[in-house]
Write a protein that binds this ligand. Structure first.
Ligand code: GRF
Length: 188
């Protein structure tokens, strides 16, 4: 079984969906007061939180993260609303083992406001993407994505809710596929 760590900066609804269906070794947040930490407590998932400003550099901050990942022998890091760009220290240690969920159909609407940007552009569909993390912002190779329509009577709130519902299906789907690949490989 792959050992999963989830990184989240705030609310943590995607973390919750993952943790309800898969064993999560720990959740990391870059905000000590993030709601995701309460969710982790309730679900009995270990959590760690520290903030970039508590370190002398982003390198030192990410080194502390890498230490945690190594200590727990994490195979796969799932970013789920982790609002920091992954820097070279974390990336060089874990590239090829970090995935992210983005609330738009990449390469459409990358960046921190994928839902709002799609809404403001007046699209009739957007989507959700899970992709590998590289040094760019939402530029890594796409693993799986799904389209989400914008309906005629949508408000931004109902549109956003539909995007989130699609996220809650897509992350588990991708992780399910992962377990299958691993158990298949170990049979060979
Ligand atoms: C999600 O929409 C995710 O795609 C984006 O940030 C949001 C996080 O929501 N990167 P939550 O913290 O999982 O509730």
């Amino acid at each position: 079984m792959k050992k999963i760590a989830v990184f989240a900066s705030g609310n943590g609804s995607n973390f919750q969906v993952i943790a309800e269906q898969f064993p999560v070794e720990f959740v990391f947040s870059d905000h000590r007061d993030a709601y995701v930490l309460e969710r982790a407590d309730k679900l009995g998932v270990k959590s760690y939180a520290f903030e970039l400003r508590e370190f002398d550099s982003k390198e030192a901050y990410e080194k502390a993260i890498v230490d945690l990942l190594e200590e727990h022998q994490i195979d796969l890091v799932c970013l789920a609303g982790y609002m920091k760009i992954v820097g070279p220290t974390l990336l060089s240690a874990y590239e090829g083992r970090i995935i992210n969920i983005h609330p738009a159909y990449l390469p459409e609407f990358p960046g921190a406001h994928g839902i709002e940007d799609a809404w403001n552009a007046g699209v009739d569909q957007s989507g959700v993407t899970i992709h590998w993390v590289d040094s760019g912002v939402d530029t890594g190779k796409i693993i799986q994505q799904v389209r989400v329509p914008r309906l005629a009577d949508d408000t931004i709130e109902s549109f956003e809710a539909r995007i989130h519902e699609a996220e809650y299906k897509l992350y588990p789907e991708v992780l399910d596929g992962w377990e299958w690949r691993e158990s298949n490989a170990s049979k060979q």
